[in-house]
Design a protein around this ligand. Sequence first.
Ligand code: GUN
Ligand code: ZN
Length: 468
Amino acid sequence: TIPKRIYIGTFVHSTSLTDLDICESGAIGVNENGVIEFVDRETSSITDLKSKHSSYEDAQIVIPTNKNAFFFPGFIDTHTHAPQHPNTGLFGKTTLLSWLETYTFPMEASLSSLDKARTVYSNFVSRTLSHGTTTAAYYATVHVPATNLLADICLKRGQRALVGRVCMNTMSPEYYRDASVEDAVRDSKASIDHIRLIDPKGEIVQPIITPRFAPSCTTEALSALGALHRDTDAHIQTHISENKGEIELVKELFPHSKNYADVYDTAGLLTPKTILAHCVHLTPEERKVILARESKISHCPASNTAITSGCAPIRSLLAEGHTIGLGTDVSGGFSPSILENCRQAIWVSRHLAMSEGDNVKLSTNEALFLATRGGAEVIGLQDKVGGFEVGKEWDAQMIDLGEVPGSDAEEAFERDFSDGPCDVFGWESWQEKVEKWVYSGDDRNTVAVWVRGRLVHKHKRFSTSAMI
Ligand code: GUN
Ligand code: ZN
């Protein structure tokens, strides 16, 4: 079990889409279950803190050794493909459909080997944790043993996850597809049962029904998965309106549907527990039905640029009231980092702004909201994670911005930069430090990561008052 801990220092989190709350000198008490029991915005001495919170008398005290550090909520990746990680950075000149055939299906098919799946998944979970991702919505592959293994690994490492066995029974290669609708449903159910067996309360891992996307599922398969959702109340994730060629294909394959969103709606797949990745080219009617069904949106900006899908109109989707989080979409996206995808979301909005005007630009604060609170709402965990409030669980990262560079110019010639981009931080306000972190920070600044109070990752530079 975890000891009670009091974290002392600077705390930063989003309080609304536009507002970042910065508490420069606070204290947060976290109990043995990883639940935040108090948030003090002003710290007195440790003795006073312990006498004020008498059940914390024997608590461990965690104070970053470096004053140039802060606590931030863990990142939430609302869309990523764990089996595609080894393909990171492979695009050639492909776009979605040719990219899937050239790179993605062969890679995913190779995870029929459980040994390979163990290596790929262990590596990817470690990698995302090291980037501060405390919760992820994962696509696995069609293979039940490998999908179940991914859930086992997340549970063991302590990363919150939705884990989905991928369904695809048509328009897919012979070597990588479901043989029938019955197979798709049976295998999906097998993974749901496994995940609910290993974590009955869904405290860390939960199942998610995963029709790959409309073109790879028949109408019957989509309806059967809609029925499976009604039977199991499991979450649902899929792709929608990512690429223009894909949208044309959906029109051909589903001539009787009003549009792409209607294909899912008719099958009972647009629900409040549905995560729709991309939403780049939705029509106004599609946006209306998605909003009416309270389905959620995963914005994957790095991927949308990398496979030249388009620029999702996030600002106007937000204005309409959609619930949106960020997704890395590895390996359509080239980075497992949500921080990188904050930058990419801002870049995409600025590219849109060049033709549509400055009002579509996302700010740093807005990107950080999508990365944390927005993501929590997308995944249905808004009561548990996304910010630092009493009653929420301690899913957090410690961001260490390094040492303020010395004034000796000669010393700069000798400086060791292997610990990350620390030399740009030093003199500015906390709001400015956070903004600079978004643009220039990386996983070397993420020195510790906790989920439900458990330390799940630490960097070699992690240094605190307590031995944990
Ligand atoms: N559409 C269907 N499958 C995929 C996938 O694996 N990645 C992305 N980005 N889009 C998809
Ligand atoms: Zn995807």
